[in-house]
Design a protein around this ligand. Structure first.
Ligand code: AMP
Length: 141
C-alpha cells in the first residue's frame, strides 16, 4: 500500500498555526474542533488532531485514541444544541473517497428526520451564522 506524504501547508495546518481564521468550538493539547465553512446542515463541525497526518490511513493510532473521545463529545453536543434526531459522523480518505483537505478530520453533522443534507463542499456560510451556531454548541459543551 502506498501512502502519500503529509503536506504541512494544508489549510487545516494553517488554522492550527493561527495563520488563517476559524470559528473555534473546542481545543485541548491534542485536538481542535471548529465550524465547517461550507456546512451541509446547520451545526456542521470538524474535529482534527493537532498532529499532522494526511488522513486515517497514515494516522498514528495513539492520536486516534485521543481524537475519538472528542469526536464523541462534539457529536453529543451538536445533537443536543440543534435538537437533532441524529448525528452524521464522516471521514474521507483520498480524493477518490471525496477528501479535499489533506489533514485528518472528522465531520460531525446534526441530522433531522426528512431534511436532506446540502452538497459536500457546497456554498460558503455567512460568518455570523457560523458564529451563532458555534455559540449554541459551546453552550452545551
Ligand atoms: P473533506 O472532503 O472531508 O476533505 O472536507 C473538507 C471540509 O473542509 C469541507 O467540508 C469544507 O467545507 C471544509 N473547509 C475547507 N476549508 C475550510 C476552512 N478554512 N475552514 C473550515 N472548514 C473548511
Amino acid at each position: 500500500m502506498s501512502i502519500s506524504a503529509y503536506d504541512p501547508n494544508n489549510i487545516f495546518a494553517k488554522i492550527l498555526k493561527g495563520d488563517i481564521p476559524s470559528v473555534k468550538l473546542y481545543e485541548d493539547a491534542d485536538t481542535l474542533a471548529f465550524m465547517d465553512v461550507m456546512p451541509q446542515a446547520p451545526g456542521h463541525l470538524l474535529v482534527i488532531p493537532k498532529q499532522g497526518s494526511r488522513n486515517l490511513l497514515d494516522a498514528d493510532p495513539a492520536v486516534l485514541v485521543k481524537l475519538m473521545p472528542v469526536v464523541q463529545k462534539l457529536a453529543r453536543a451538536a445533537k443536543e444544541a440543534f435538537d437533532a434526531d441524529g448525528v452524521f459522523v464522516a471521514q474521507f480518505n483520498e480524493p477518490a473517497a471525496g477528501q479535499t483537505v489533506f489533514h485528518l478530520h472528522f465531520h460531525v453533522i446534526p441530522r433531522h428526520d426528512g431534511l436532506p443534507l446540502k452538497p459536500h463542499s457546497g456554498g460558503m456560510e455567512d460568518i455570523e451564522v457560523l458564529k451563532a451556531n458555534a455559540e449554541k454548541i459551546k453552550a452545551v459543551l
